[in-house]
Design a protein around this ligand. Structure first.
Ligand code: NAP
Ligand code: MG
Length: 476
């Protein structure tokens, strides 16, 4: 039985959301020249939060021109030690304003405040601190004696970790001496616009960071712009493929961070209570809107009954609801479109013959919600075992031997991450050698650190973000 908690909402009064926002070009908020404004909503209440300018081709052109000018005149020629000071300053302002930014992120995205406050924001600041440290040491990064910046970077990010994905993109780009034009996702532009204000607060030279809001068409205009030297994209494999096609044959250097369908492999000798926590964190963290989510649970048959009983008991205790409540484990689904996708794939799971179990939990009336769900009796051929659901839905499969576990784990077009749970260290290494995934967690899951490279194999994309490896994407 779940304990009853009194509501413990974080106050929203710390954020000051304007009625409308312009584009951030050349250090200023400006009106759009050729786009039509759109609205961003709070997915937990369906209330409109603000009207956002859409950048059309003329606006994208202005932003790229501002970034080019800053690259040539201020940021490109600036010594690394000077660039580092700006990055440290940005990192410290993020720390100072972290409560405000966490609340803003939860309001626009729907993620629980517990996560935006304790995971997203600390990692955002850590990324800027970490890459600030590299800015004057690039010649020691093992990428040649005189590594040079590429120029203007076009960066497009998704809605699941709006500010964190911005940090993953902007911090290394600036540390290496590039300037950027970044497009946040249509449903979550507010924290990127708050970051634009932070750039002003830090006295960052105009044009070094430009933020162009809009939807897919804005992103496309940006990555296809002729005067861009580098394209960095995080999002779906379909759009990643289209971008790879559109830049093929050009001089643009590209990195793609795409989808995933990670296997989380639990052996019967694993510490089961610990594994249950890791499974829950693996798939229900951030409502399952996580590219590296452990969405396929592979359980050794001999431990199956015990693990499933524990897992269902634990899932029954998850609290779904108000993202700003500090007791909330699972917040709102980011958009009605995403909710529809999760519902559709779950229905397909049932109609293909898998058994659906949903945690008994009350859902709020307004807003976009989906209760934590698992499917058993899933076969490798089922769509819920192959396609990314990007929601709080776990597909459970079984295996008997380590070789079978590897075979099944690798049987996917993706290869972003994987998890292994076992008491045996030698087995962890044996598995890690054979799993085709960019990140492998052992007896933990969904742990991130700016010093650690992140990226995919196969259709999960190419290039690495984070760590020393992350510099390579922004240097020639
Ligand atoms: P998406 O549709 O690919 O969108 C990602 C971004 O690209 C958004 O800003 C989107 O704009 C923009 N976009 C859409 N069409 C475009 C085009 N033709 N050209 C240029 N930009 C375009 O992905 P999503 O559904 O929002 O995000 C979820 C996906 O991202 C999942 O597949 C997930 O696995 C992946 N993801 C991967 C990582 C990773 O590091 N590998 C991390 C997070 C998420 P609008 O959405 O604003 O219209
Ligand atoms: Mg929103």
């Amino acid at each position: 039985m779940a304990f009853e908690y009194a509501p413990a909402p974080e106050s929203a009064s710390i954020v000051d959301i304007r009625a409308s926002y312009g584009l951030f070009i050349n250090g200023e908020f400006v009106d759009s020249a050729d786009g039509s404004p759109f609205k961003t909503v709070n997915p937990a209440s369906e209330q409109v939060l603000a009207e956002i300018a859409e950048a059309g081709p003329t606006d994208v052109d202005r932003a790229v021109a501002a970034a080019r000018a800053a690259y040539q005149k201020t940021w490109g020629p600036m010594p690394g030690a000077e660039r580092a000071k700006y990055l440290y300053r940005i990192a410290r302002i993020i720390q100072e304003r972290s409560r405000e930014l966490a609340v803003l992120e939860s309001i626009d995205n729907g993620k629980p405040i517990r996560e935006s406050r304790d995971v997203d924001l600390p990692l955002v600041a850590a990324h800027f601190f970490y890459y600030a440290g590299w800015a004057d040491k690039l010649e020691y990064a093992g990428l040649g004696p005189q590594p040079r910046p590429l120029g203007v970077a076009a960066q497009v990010i998704p809605w699941n970790f709006p500010l964190l994905m911005l940090a993953w993109k902007i911090a290394p780009a600036l540390a290496c001496g590039n300037t950027v034009v970044l497009k946040p996702a249509e449903t979550t532009p507010l924290s990127a616009l708050a970051f634009a204000e932070i750039c002003q607060q830090a006295d960052l030279p105009p044009g070094v960071v430009n933020i162009v809001t809009g939807a897919g068409a804005t992103g496309q205009a940006l990555v296809e712009h002729q005067d861009v030297d580098k394209v960095a994209f995080t999002g779906s494999t379909d759009v990643g493929r289209a971008i790879a096609r559109s830049v093929a044959g050009s001089r643009k250097k590209v990195t793609l961070e795409l989808g995933g369908k990670a296997a989380n492999v639990v052996f019967d000798d694993a510490a089961l209570d610990q594994a249950v926590e890791g499974i829950v964190n693996g798939i229900f963290f951030n409502q399952g809107h996580v590219c590296c989510a452990g969405s396929r649970l592979l359980v050794q048959e001999s431990g199956y009954d015990e693990l499933l009983a524990k897992l269902k008991r634990r899932m029954s205790l998850l609290r779904v609801g108000d993202p700003l409540d500090k007791n909330t484990d699972i917040g709102a689904i980011n958009s009605s479109a995403q909710l529809e996708r999760i519902r559709t794939l779950s229905q397909i799971g049932e109609s293909e013959g898998a058994a659906r179990w949903t945690a008994p939990c009350p859902l709020p009336e307004r807003g976009y919600w989906f209760a934590p769900t698992l499917f058993t009796g899933v076969s490798q051929a089922h769509r819920i075992a192959r396609e990314e659901i990007f929601g709080p839905v776990l597909s459970v499969l079984t295996f008997r031997t380590p070789a079978e576990a590897v075979e099944k784990a690798n049987n996917t077009p993706y290869g972003l991450s994987a998890g292994v749970w076992t008491e045996k260290g030698s087995r962890i290494l044996w598995m890690a050698d054979r799993l085709r995934a960019g990140v492998i967690w052992a007896n933990t899951f969904n742990k991130f650190d700016p010093t650690s490279p992140f990226g995919g194999y196969k259709e999960s994309g190419y290039g690495r973000e984070g760590g020393r490896h992350g510099l390579e994407a922004y240097l020639a």
